[in-house]
Design a protein around this ligand. Structure first.
Ligand SMILES: Cc1cc2nc3c(=O)[nH]c(=O)nc-3n(C[C@H](O)[C@H](O)[C@H](O)COP(=O)(O)OP(=O)(O)OC[C@H]3O[C@@H](n4cnc5c(N)ncnc54)[C@H](O)[C@@H]3O)c2cc1C
Length: 390
C-alpha cells in the first residue's frame, strides 16, 4: 500500500503485480453497468444513490490503496487513476463519490488508531459512507484559516463551527473533519476527527450547485458536538497536504476521463452532422479545433499517469509536487477547453437537453476550482521552479 507520511519522506509501495489491463477492463465494465444506469436520475434529482457506493465497494473500488487486512486492494495511485478515469468516462460526478471515499478513508487507515481503522474497514466494505470535511465559508483555498474549534473537555472534544461545500455531507455516516485544537500553533494546531454525522448538534443543508449534482455538496454546522478523544486522529496539516497531492492525481484522472468522452462525441458529431452539403468536420476550423483537443487529452494522459507512477515510486513528497501540480493544472484547464469545443460543435442543438454536451460543459466548470485552484497549482509549480513567488 502507499504510505502517506506527515513529512516529506514517503515509503514505496510493494511491487505491484496487478494486471493493469484487466483492472481497467473491470473498471470500464463496472462504470458502464453501475454508473450508466444511474447518473441521469441522480443528476435530475440532485441526490446521491447510496446503492452506487455499495456497488463500488463490492467491486473493490473503495480502499484501493488500503492494506488487505482491512479489506483494501493494496494497490497504488496508478490504479486509483485508472479507476477514476474509467468511471468518469461515464460520469465524473458519481466517480467523485468514490474519490471522496478513497481520500477520507485513507486519512482514517493511514493515520488512525484501531477505532479509525475499523471505520475504514466498514467504509471499504460498503457499510459506512464517509465525507472529507475541511472547507469553511472563510477557508476555501486558504485552509490554514480553518476556524472550526475543537475544545478538550475530559475524555471528549467539543466541536463548534461551520463547514461548506462538503460533498456527500448530508449522506455520509462519518465526517472526517478538520478542526483547530490549538489556535496558538496556527496550522500545526489542527487535527482531524472522525465524527458521527448523526451526532447531536450537527445540522446539514444542501447547497444548490450547477455541478456535481449526483454527489451533492452541503453546509455542515457543528454546534457543541461532543466527540470522544478516541476519534481524534494524529493527523493535521502535513497529512492534508500529502493527501491533497494524491487526490490531485485522482482529480487529473477524473477530468481526463470526462474530456475523452466529450471529444469522442464531438468527433462523431462532426463526422455525421452535415451543413452546406458536407460534414461540418470537413471544415478545417472544426477539424483543427478537435485536433487541438486530441493533444490536450493525450497530454493529460501522459501527465496524469506520470505523476501517479512517480507517486507510487515512493519518492519524497517534495519531489513529486511538480509532477502532481502539472498534471492537475493541465487536466483541469484542458477539460474546460475540450468540453467548450464540443459544445461549439453541437451548435444550437448542443444547448438543448436533447444532446448531452451542455451537461458535460457545465460539469467541467468545477475542475479549475476545487482541490487547489488553477492559481494554487501555478503557485506550486512556480515555487518548485525556484521562483520567489509568495
Ligand atoms: C462541487 C464542490 C465540491 C466540493 N467538495 C468538497 C469536499 O468534499 N470537502 C471539502 O472540504 N471541500 C470541498 N469543496 C471546496 C473546494 O475545495 C473549495 O471550493 C475550493 O477550495 C475553493 O474555495 P472557495 O470557493 O472559498 O474559493 P476561494 O479560496 O475564495 O477562491 C476564490 C478565487 O480566488 C483565487 N485565489 C485564492 N487564493 C489565491 C491566491 N493566493 N493567489 C491567487 N488566487 C487566489 C482562487 O483561485 C479562486 O479563483 C468543494 C467545492 C465544490 C465547488
Amino acid at each position: 500500500m502507499t504510505t502517506l507520511s506527515t513529512g516529506s519522506v514517503r515509503t514505496p509501495i510493494p511491487v505491484n503485480t496487478v494486471d493493469r489491463v484487466a483492472f481497467r477492463d473491470m473498471c470500464k465494465a463496472f462504470a458502464e453497468k453501475e454508473i450508466g444506469t444511474r447518473w441521469k436520475e441522480a443528476d435530475a434529482e440532485k441526490r446521491f444513490p447510496r446503492a452506487f457506493y455499495v456497488a463500488a465497494a463490492s467491486a473493490g473500488l473503495i480502499g484501493i490503496t488500503a492494506s488487505e487486512d482491512i479489506g483494501g486492494a493494496g494497490l497504488g495511485s496508478y490504479e486509483e487513476a485508472i479507476a477514476m478515469e474509467e468511471m468518469s468516462r461515464v460520469n465524473p460526478n458519481l466517480a467523485v463519490s468514490v474519490l471522496v471515499q478513497n481520500v477520507a478513508g485513507s486519512i482514517l487507515h493511514e493515520h488512525g488508531n484501531a477505532e479509525h481503522r475499523e471505520i475504514a474497514r466498514r467504509n471499504i466494505a460498503g457499510d459506512c459512507l464517509v465525507a472529507i470535511t475541511i472547507t469553511e465559508p472563510e477557508a476555501g483555498n486558504d485552509i490554514q484559516n480553518v476556524r472550526t474549534r475543537a475544545t478538550r473537555d475530559g475524555d471528549e472534544w467539543v466541536l463548534d463551527g461551520m463547514k461548506s461545500f462538503i460533498t456527500l455531507g448530508g449522506d455520509a455516516d462519518v465526517l472526517v473533519t478538520l478542526a483547530q485544537t490549538d489556535p496558538a500553533q496556527g496550522r500545526n494546531g489542527m487535527r482531524f476527527f472522525a465524527v458521527d454525522r448523526r451526532s447531536p448538534g450537527i445540522e446539514v443543508s444542501q447547497i444548490d450547485t450547477y455541478v456535481n449534482r449526483p454527489a451533492p455538496t452541503f453546509r455542515v454546522t457543528f454546534n457543541q458536538v461532543r466527540v470522544p478523544e478516541s476519534r481524534r486522529l494524529d493527523a493535521g496539516f502535513a497529512a492534508i497536504m500529502a493527501g491533497f497531492n494524491r487526490e490531485r492525481i485522482m482529480v487529473a484522472a477524473r477530468w481526463l476521463g470526462h474530456m475523452q468522452t466529450a471529444l469522442e462525441w464531438a468527433r462523431d458529431y462532426a463526422g455525421t452532422r452535415r451543413q452546406f452539403g458536407r460534414p461540418i468536420g470537413a471544415n478545417q476550423s472544426i477539424a483543427f479545433s478537435l485536433a487541438q483537443c486530441h493533444v490536450d487529452v493525450e497530454a493529460a494522459r501522459q501527465l496524469t499517469y506520470h505523476a501517479a507512477a512517480r507517486w507510487d515510486s515512493g519518492v519524497p513528497l517534495r519531489d513529486v509536487i511538480l509532477d502532481v501540480s502539472a498534471a492537475k493544472l493541465h487536466s483541469t484547464q484542458a477539460v474546460v477547453r475540450v468540453t467548450q469545443a464540443a459544445l461549439h460543435v453541437g451548435g444550437g442543438w448542443g444547448l438543448t437537453t436533447e444532446l448531452p454536451v451542455m451537461r458535460w460543459a457545465l460539469d467541467a466548470l468545477v475542475a479549475p476550482v476545487t482541490v487547489g485552484s488553477v492559481e494554487i497549482q501555478l503557485r506550486a509549480i512556480a515555487r518548485e521552479m525556484g521562483l520567489p513567488v509568495e
